[in-house]
Design a protein around this ligand. Sequence first.
Ligand code: 13P
Length: 256
Amino acid sequence: MNRKYRKTIIAGNWKMNKTPAETKKMFEELKVACGKQKWCDVVLCVPFVDIPAAVRASRDAKIAVAAQNMHYEEKGAFTGEVSAEMLKELGVKFVVIGHSERREYYGETDKTVNLKVKKALEVGLRPIICVGETLEQREFDVTAEHITMQVKIALAGVPAEKMRKIVFAYEPIWAIGTGKTATAEQAEEVCGLIRAVIRAKYGARTARAVTIQYGGSMNPKNAAELLSKPDVDGGLIGGASLKTEDFAAVINAANQ
Ligand code: 13P
């Protein structure tokens, strides 16, 4: 974390979990468990159908609501899809773009990620752009090349003045849902690389203001160490965001 230059953001990604009633319950519990978060912002990325309940419950909880995906077109014949405008109207503030599960199971590419990033910014949603390497890429020692390409394509055509709205999440695919966390050094190395790619394109002032999260089996036990690294500005948390106690503990780790 580097609180002087950028916000620490702890985001829970619920993936396909929790009904609207369960959403309301967890927000109420978090209000009690977390108290005031002085040093970090809290975001919950909820399923589409949970958004109205989450927005309602978030009003006095100081939690921003995010969607987990969106379409890049404004409207049209895209059965089953949801537009950025629809999310914005509901009171959504952030949107996860290019999560590895969407890339793997639903054919999202760097190109569609870029289209979604631009659309989200146009509408006033803050993108949380996910990048990360597979185990095979890490073993072939092409992590840096892969991440550089993902970041560069995601940001193609994004003007400097919009960069403060962008959040990156470094999520090594081999660490997602596996209980295998990247070491704090590995997380720092890749988060630092993402910042270097931003710096090369937009300059040092812009690069130091961008929040770059780590995601992949982050939990109450390892959060403090990961967050102690200067380029790790928060977390995108899957499994550990589903239980109030665990998520509150990660938030508290970011508040020390
Ligand atoms: P886990 O924390 O369950 O590994 O999931 C990470 C993730 O994919 C968050 O987007």
